[in-house]
Structures are given as structure tokens and as C-alpha cells.
Design a protein around this ligand. Structure first.
Ligand SMILES: Cc1cc2nc3c(=O)[nH]c(=O)nc-3n(C[C@H](O)[C@H](O)[C@H](O)COP(=O)(O)O)c2cc1C
Length: 193
């Protein structure tokens, strides 16, 4: 199998990382891969923020968890059935454990900041980053929860977020164990015309 197809097939979301820092040339390479993504009008409507600082990571985790607690409380009061459904899933119940189940203690939290709501362009950059990181034997996980920090004033200041910017979050590091098994993938729905 050619290497691109192999990377697409074998990349997995990784949630256990060594604390070992990531070399600068690796970070430069994966950012460059993200920056090679196609973008509408070739605008490159993104910028990248690499978070290594433990204090900022702690702040990100606290703000995300606090937002999550508010959402859970809201669902408990307004949509009890949905609340029960969510709490049935261990990945949501475990969020409150002392372990970091949001950013997974990753050595790097990478934000891809989307200018003027160019979410599609940024998603393409994210996939380039995840595949290139895999090809360098590191692991990544896209963290949807990461977007919950967007309305926090302190974090907005740290990230220098402008009004019309959104964030995408990828955590990365050296995987602590073998890559997880491939989760079941559905057969594609295809219509030939
Ligand atoms: C938009 C998006 C949001 C995601 N958010 C999270 C998240 O917050 N936490 C997490 O552990 N995984 C998250 N994931 C990873 C998915 O759970 C994962 O891609 C899926 O289970 C398939 O596994 P695979 O990536 O190994 O193929 C997210 C993925 C996407 C695309």
C-alpha cells in the first residue's frame, strides 16, 4: 500500500501520551503540513498556537471542565432523558476524574485558529497535521471539547482571539502504548449516477 493510503488507514486517535517533549523540527514539519492544505481562494485563513506551558494547560482544563459542568447541569434540568444518555457513556462520566480526560496530559495542545469562519479550510489543515504527525510516529487526537474555552475572557486574551475567530484543538505527543485498535468504520454510502 502506498504511504499516504497507509497513513490514512492506520492513523488513530491517541489518548495516552509520554510526557517527553516534542522536538522543534517535528513541530515545524507538521505546521508546514497544515499550512499546505487547500484553502478557498488560497487565503490560508488560519494561524497556529502551540501550547506547552503547564499553567496555561491547567487553565484550559479548568475552564473546559467548568463549562462542561454547566452544560451537564443545564441538560439535567431541561432534558433529563438526554442527560441520562450522556451519563451512561463512560467517556463522559470519566471527565471529572483527577486524570485529564479532555487534553489527555498531552505535551502539546495545538490550536488551529480559524479566521472569519473558514471552518472547512481549517478542518483540512487539521487532517494534514494529524496524518503528518502519524507519519512521524507521534499520536494526535482532535478535541472537540477544546472549543468550549472560546468564550472565556482570560483564554481569549492568552490566545489573542479576535471576535470572528474560532478554534480547533488537536493534542499531540509520543504515544504511551501501541495505537488503539481501529474502531468499527461504517461502509461508505455511495450513489453512482
Ligand atoms: C469534530 C471531532 C471532535 C472530536 N472530539 C473529541 C473529543 O473531544 N475527545 C476525544 O477523545 N476524541 C474526540 N474526537 C475523536 C473521535 O472520537 C475519533 O476520531 C473517533 O472515535 C474515531 O476514531 P479514530 O480517530 O481512531 O479513527 C473528535 C473527532 C472529531 C472529528
Amino acid at each position: 500500500m502506498n504511504q499516504v493510503l497507509e497513513a490514512i488507514k492506520k492513523r488513530r486517535s491517541v489518548r495516552f501520551f509520554h510526557s517527553k517533549p516534542i522536538e522543534m523540527d517535528i513541530i515545524t514539519t507538521i505546521i508546514e503540513a497544515g499550512n499546505q492544505a487547500p484553502s478557498a481562494g488560497n487565503l490560508h485563513p488560519w494561524r497556529f498556537i502551540i501550547v506547552e506551558d503547564e499553567k496555561i494547560k491547567r487553565l484550559l482544563l479548568e475552564v473546559t471542565l467548568s463549562k462542561w459542568r454547566k452544560i451537564v447541569e443545564y441538560l439535567k434540568n431541561t432534558r433529563p432523558e438526554y442527560y441520562k444518555e450522556i451519563m451512561f457513556e463512560s467517556r463522559y462520566r470519566e471527565l471529572e476524574e483527577p486524570k485529564d480526560h479532555i487534553y489527555f496530559h498531552a505535551p502539546i495542545i495545538l490550536f488551529i485558529i480559524d479566521f472569519r469562519r473558514h471552518a472547512v479550510d481549517c478542518a483540512l489543515a487539521c487532517q494534514n497535521i494529524m496524518l503528518s504527525t502519524y507519519s512521524l510516529s507521534l499520536g494526535t487526537c482532535y478535541v472537540g471539547f477544546g472549543a468550549m474555552v472560546t468564550d472565556n475572557a482570560e483564554i481569549r486574551k492568552v490566545l489573542e482571539l479576535k471576535d470572528d475567530e474560532q478554534i480547533h484543538t488537536i493534542v499531540l505527543g509520543y504515544p504511551k502504548e501501541d495505537l488503539p485498535r481501529r474502531p468499527p468504520k461504517k461502509e461508505p454510502q455511495i450513489k453512482w449516477i
